[in-house]
Design a protein around this ligand. Structure first.
Ligand code: DLL
Length: 434
């Protein structure tokens, strides 16, 4: 299947030509940052960069990186580059530990965001004639408004439903007959379950903002009878639309690399070859509000070139494998929660509502506990627990403590991102019954 390009010059250009555009934009963004004199500029100067003319993308790997901690240290807008009067809105995420990350946007940044999101939706088959049911939350979170800007740019009709109130969402899906669904993958499951097999007009969904596996994709596709595509992004860089799967991208996500230059690095910060998972590092080539040069995302994925002989010539990234800070070390073995999900959801008896708990109450002997629910009451719980323990041991190389709870006991997330990982250091368990 070949899906038409929304922006042929950006998505379909020969990679060598795109490289020249990226190089020019890179020098311009370095000049903008230097001119601001902000802490990022000081860091570049300390590394010997006095002007955009000093840098090339080939030499990017030698420039200093920047992290979420730097954004927090300069809260709220210490890393802003544009003048205050040129900022038109603020987005961000509540983040871990309740410390918000705030990002100021200029009108030009919103333009870029709308165009990369229009491409992302177009790649999922959306057109001017589409109705997009947008179940991402509206607010500081970038999911709702990101899809909104992109859908309107495409000329489609956006239904700004936001998160929650599932009955009303179902009513709107039945009455307005959308072809495209946008929400978190866990909410897509929730909607699918609430629809109870009733057919809908939906053809494709664009799901992201939280980790999800191929196994979760298979469940969403069969529950909703749609194609389920992955969309990735983070507020620090723009929001959703940094990378998005298209119907023809062979399971990987096309990176909007004309605006966001991507690298993948090992824990020491050295580049890893294509196909090897590494931490994603992004440089915003066109941002004007708060450009970031070499932002270390903490997200782990592998990079690849474009699919040969297809209209899209953009580099691609794999589905996220996890986050550097989500990686659990259980008795010396490294485990990403997504690997646990892959094992659980391969078993047809297991519902997609589960919780992975890192139990460190005894620091000398950490345990990985996994709470699951069967789809129905009729499942033999001890047998299921034993089967999952074996399957997890085979895949991860460690013995986990699997608890099979009653259907409905793992809390659902109707609004915001699902939490599938909890840490248990002392006191009561994070979930009753563990
Ligand atoms: O979650 C932006 C977004 C909204 C992306 C809607 C996709 C759809 P933040 O709230 O800043 O921004 O959170 C960013 O979420 O660093 C990843 O760890 C995680 N994340 C985002 N998309 C995916 C995905 C939005 N497709 C953080 N798969 C990122 C796995 C994802 N994790």
């Amino acid at each position: 299947m070949v899906v038409p390009l929304v922006d042929a010059d950006a998505e379909g250009i020969a990679p060598e030509l795109r490289g020249k555009v990226q190089q020019r934009r890179f020098r311009q963004v370095v000049d903008r940052v230097l001119a601001s004199g902000n802490p990022q500029a000081e860091r570049l100067r300390a590394a010997g960069v006095t002007s955009g003319a000093d840098v090339t993308l080939d030499g990017l790997k030698d420039l200093p990186t920047i992290t979420k901690a730097d954004i927090w240290d300069n809260y709220p807008f210490g890393l802003q580059v544009a003048q205050d009067q040129d900022i038109v809105c603020v987005h961000g995420s509540s983040g871990t530990g309740g410390r918000p990350t705030l990002i100021p946007y200029t009108a030009a940044d919103i333009e870029v965001w709308a165009s990369v999101m229009a491409r992302a939706l177009g790649g999922a088959g959306a057109t001017r004639g589409s109705v997009i049911h947008n179940g991402y939350g509206y607010g500081l979170f970038t999911g709702g408004l990101g899809v909104h800007h992109g859908g309107m740019r495409l000329g489609a009709t956006v239904v700004p439903v936001s998160g929650g109130m599932t009955e009303r969402q179902i009513r709107l899906i039945q009455d307005l007959k959308p072809d495209i669904l946008t929400c978190t993958p866990s909410y897509a499951i929730h909607l699918g379950e609430a629809l109870k097999g009733e057919p809908t007009s939906l053809k494709a969904g664009v799901f992201g903002a939280e980790p999800w596996t191929e196994e979760m994709r298979a469940q969403i596709e069969s529950l909703l009878n749609i194609r389920a595509l992955d969309i990735y992004g983070l507020s620090e860089i723009i929001g959703p639309g940094v990378a998005c799967e298209s119907l023809d991208s062979d399971g990987m996500l096309n990176v909007a690399e004309d605006h966001f230059f991507v690298e993948a690095v090992d824990p020491e910060g050295n580049p890893v070859p294509d196909g090897t998972p590494g931490e994603l590092v992004f440089t915003t080539l066109t941002k004007t509000g708060m450009p970031l040069i070499r932002y270390r995302t903490g997200d782990v994925a592998a990079l690849a070139g474009p699919v040969p002989n297809r209209p899209r010539t953009l580099r691609r990234m794999s589905k996220l494998k996890g986050r550097t800070d989500d990686m659990l070390v259980i008795r010396g073995v490294n485990v990403f929660p997504t690997e646990v999900e892959a094992v659980l959801l391969r078993d047809e008896r297991v519902s997609p509502h589960y919780l992975v708990v890192e139990d460190r109450r005894d620091p000398s002997r950490s345990e990985l506990r996994v709470a699951v629910e069967p789809f129905t009451d009729s499942v033999d719980k001890p047998a299921l627990g034993a089967d999952l323990t074996n399957a997890l041991r085979e895949r991860l190389g460690i013995t986990c403590v699997v608890t099979v709870l009653e259907p409905g006991s793992v809390p659902r997330t109707e609004v915001g991102k699902a939490r599938r990982l909890a840490r248990w250091n002392q006191g009561d368990p994070p979930l009753a019954g563990l």
